[in-house]
Design a binder for this molecule. Structure first.
Ligand SMILES: Nc1ncnc2c1ncn2[C@@H]1O[C@H](COP(=O)(O)OP(=O)(O)O)[C@@H](O)[C@H]1O
Ligand SMILES: O=C(O)C1=C[C@@H](OP(=O)(O)O)[C@@H](O)[C@H](O)C1
Ligand SMILES: [Mg+2]
Length: 174
């Protein structure tokens, strides 16, 4: 069997940007599989992310995440959606060098509206607006640093965002 040639699309961005949702759409359109590192961590640990945060703390989650991201980026030829905090790790950022990384951008109001509809994110459990703003202040430069392209998600549904990502990377549907 030949070695993996690397992911065709890697999505980064804050919680609520749509990485998991848009990654699913892009994978379907390209006829490849999606690896979502949060799902990989939950499968490996046999428990949901909020439980990992509560039982073991964020540093342990980041350690599991570092491993999951490294595995996904080195083993997987399809689409990879990262967790919002994955770029905090310098080793992960180094691994992203030269890969087709797209930063899905979103404004505060939309992100909060979207995550309110979704599964719990421990970092946004208390005062989500303030927390989201703080984490975005810290991370925006990191998302920008690792990304080959930035795609805005405001006023676009997931299909439209997926199309914008494909256009930005000059990829065509399968
Ligand atoms: N472009 C979009 N427009 C409207 N809702 C969206 C969009 N992208 C994602 N969502 C919704 O927002 C929520 C969070 O999306 P998700 O893909 O989990 O984001 P992320 O993985 O970046 O945190 C989900 O309920 C999803 O259906
Ligand atoms: O921003 C973060 O630090 C996190 C984002 C989450 O993933 P999404 O960005 O897919 O919501 C998940 O990895 C965990 O709750 C921590
Ligand atoms: Mg996600």
């Amino acid at each position: 069997m030949s070695a993996a040639s690397g992911p065709v699309v890697v999505l980064v961005g804050p919680p609520g940007a749509g990485k998991t949702t848009v990654g699913t759409v892009i994978a379907r359109r390209l006829g490849v599989a999606l690896r979502d590192t949060d799902a990989d961590i939950e499968a490996a640990e046999g428990r949901p992310i909020p439980e990992i945060f509560v039982e073991d703390g964020e540093p342990r989650f980041r350690e599991l995440e570092r491993r999951a991201v490294r595995a996904a980026l080195t083993e997987h030829d399809g689409v990879v959606s990262l967790g919002g905090g994955a770029v905090l790790d310098p080793g992960t950022r180094a691994l992203l060098t030269g890969l087709p990384v797209v930063f899905l951008d979103v404004a505060l109001a939309d992100a909060i509206r979207r995550v309110g509809l979704d599964t719990p994110r421990p970092l946004l459990a208390v005062n989500p607006r303030k927390q989201w703003r703080t984490l975005m202040e810290q991370r925006r430069p990191l998302y920008t640093e690792v990304a080959r392209a930035v795609v805005g998600t405001e006023g676009r549904d997931p299909e439209e965002v997926a199309q914008a990502v494909l256009d930005a990377l000059e990829l065509k549907d399968a």
